[in-house]
Design a protein around this ligand. Structure first.
Ligand code: PGA
Length: 256
């Protein structure tokens, strides 16, 4: 794992944006895995500002609430449209987001996995992390080998996400999410976390044991992971000084 600690969310986002931009320049037909939530907002804004060429790019979103139509303002379809897709030249047919309205969840999930494989697999999977360590919507206790499927949200995650729905009772209980096994097949995972609220989850994911109780800890088994943090999200890491030294002293060939 490469742990990159920057003073602010903006500075950490700049590093992440450079990684995405470099991939899109090197591989114009790249396949990206995309997250939603508050964490990637700065990144999407920066990517829009960079005016990259998205014409050949294919995207797969991590998750969507079940029972929400793509037009629902709190759906992740709406989130992606508003915050990224309507501002870039991506081709509509190359956008994939789980269908929260599907009448056959298992068949849909199987097909989603097939679509990822047919696209050649995910080159770069961008991830946020929940305060409980979830990636995608793989809540604690999720199988570390899980594939795309329906999951039930914890009370904490529903509370964290309730704002978009006005009140907690309106927040869905169920989602369709890529599994941890699905995420682990991406060629490169880029995890972003900002703020004190994420510090414990990050410490567990990076320095804790690999455990389904912190699903992001599965990334310790992945051969290529970059973690971009602000100071607050990094505050509970024991080896902060070492990570900083490594980043500041990267050999030239490793720099982007
Ligand atoms: P957040 O959510 O970016 O809104 O904090 C992250 C997540 O739940 O994965």
């Amino acid at each position: 794992m490469e742990i990159i600690i920057q003073p602010t969310p903006e500075a950490a986002t700049d590093v992440a944006a450079q990684i995405v931009a470099q991939l899109l320049r090197q591989k114009p037909r790249a396949v990206l895995g995309l997250p939603t939530g508050s964490t990637p907002l700065l990144l999407y804004r920066e990517l829009v500002r960079m005016k990259l060429n998205w014409r050949g790019v294919t995207t797969f979103n991590l998750d969507e609430y079940t029972g929400l139509s793509p037009e629902h303002p709190a759906s992740y379809h709406s989130f992606m449209r508003e915050n990224l897709f309507r501002h870039i030249n991506i081709v509509e047919k190359n956008i994939h987001i789980p269908d929260g309205m599907t009448g056959n969840v298992p068949a849909f999930c199987k097909e989603y996995e097939k679509q990822i494989r047919r696209a050649g697999g995910i080159d770069l999977q961008i991830l946020g992390i929940g305060a409980d360590g979830h990636i995608g919507f793989n809540e604690p206790s999720s199988s570390l080998a899980s594939r795309t499927r329906m999951k039930t949200l914890t009370v904490r995650t529903r509370q964290d996400n309730a704002k978009a729905f006005g009140k907690l009772t309106q927040a869905p209980h169920h989602v369709i999410t890529m599994g941890i096994g699905t995420i682990m097949e991406a060629r490169h995972c880029l995890l972003l976390a900002f703020g004190k609220k994420k510090a414990r989850a990050i410490a567990g994911a990076v320095e804790g044991p690999i455990t389904a109780m912190n699903p992001a800890s599965a990334l310790q088994l992945h051969p290529k992971v970059t973690v971009c943090l602000d100071e607050a999200a990094a505050s509970a890491l024991k080896m902060k000084r070492y990570y900083r030294w490594v980043f500041d002293n990267k050999p030239n060939w490793q720099k982007f």
